[in-house]
Ligand binder design. Sequence first.
Ligand code: NDP
Length: 445
Amino acid sequence: MKLLANVMEQVTKRNPNETEFHQAVREVLESLEPVAEKHPEWLKANIFSRFVEPERQIIFRVAWVDDNGEVQVNRGFRIQFSSAIGPYKGGIRLHPSVNASIIKFLGFEQILKNSLTGLPIGGGKGGSDFDPKGKSDGEVMRFCQSFMVELSKHIGADTDVPAGDIGVGGREIGYLYGMYKRLRNEFTGVLTGKGLEYGGSLARTEATGYGLCYFMDEALKAKGKSFNGAIVTVSGSGNVAIYAAQKVRQLGGKVVAMSDSNGYIYDPAGINVETIQILKEVERQRISKYVEFHPGATYQEGCAGIWNVKCDIALPCATQNELDEEAAKTLIANGCYAVGEGANMPTTAEAANLFIENKVVFGPAKAANAGGVATSALEMSQNSMRYSWSFEEVDAKLKDIMVNIYNNASEAAKEYGVEDNLVVGANIAGFIKVANAMYAQGIAY
Ligand code: NDP
């Protein structure tokens, strides 16, 4: 890095020990060097330093009472990173690993992802170190209500619109929305991922996984390949993984392995996604149970082992940094020719570089998994209109959006002399719109 080295230095100094945040910013700034060269006016207006500093960071205490009557304390976060092109928008993550670094990296990535969708949404992210695993519905509800008491002071349909992420699905969104409505006495589209009965959008549940496959399908087509007949591994077994696996099958591919944070299953006959849905969405079980229903399948402890399974296409859909350099080497040696990031930053920087050097078709998260937030923005539109589109209408819009994202990222890569590098292409294509908006709005913040 030359022109932007001082920006990176400032980020590490100002946010000590926030390694995930540094990792995400470094990758983006490295891609943006040629943009900085081309736009001295943005350097002069210090757009790059402003871009990496969140507009607002809210950290708050969340106290709640567990089923034994004991008082528990968690920490809540909402990072309102950028409102340059629309209201802050991004999910809420509930996982014990949540800290300021993780929420900041996610919020930062969200700015570019949201910009790439072509829709008017800014970037934000939130969450808590609360662990929903093993908690009763009542405990999850009391936590969500307490979380919303504080969060409600900072969000609104035209200000900041949170959604789900790891640990936040339909149940949690329902509890959060109910509390918001009670506090504000208004029925507005302040959260997305809502139930269909109270303002949710058809196809939102499927959107991230389906969108990932639409994006990868386009990227594969450009190389004369497709999902049809391909052997695919999908890590994770949550919202993104399940619907990615479902779409792979619809596109003619065979998913042979899936995982959760304990281990992975391998089913050479092709994983039965309906079984996974029942185990994970309905019964909240571990993935190891799958083998009880499908005796041809095997279970191995340790989720990282999934990358040893031979495949043509790998879709990491669980969590950040789950696919490292060693795993990348194994995948390449096994003939894997495409990797699509369903999760946020699931691939380490070293692994991503290896894929690109080895001409593996690589779909970076901020482009490849943007279908979820794009459909959330469509939910916001439907809420504003007080109208609902059919599943087919939303799915068709989602597909168009994903094809456009691929085209924009691919064209930006070409324009900046790094053809096929969708990481750089997505960073540049997403950034230019945000930078133009920031520049036009002056130095207000
Ligand atoms: P879910 O909570 O529905 O599922 C997460 C899955 O990942 C579970 O199978 C979980 O296993 C596994 N997992 C979680 N933490 C780890 C870990 N440390 N190591 C290995 N596996 C882990 O989340 P989502 O499917 O919604 O999100 C998955 C990823 O996709 C995240 O990175 C999220 O930010 C990203 N994403 C999600 C979007 C959405 O619309 N939902 C939109 C865009 C990105 P277990 O059950 O054992 O915890």
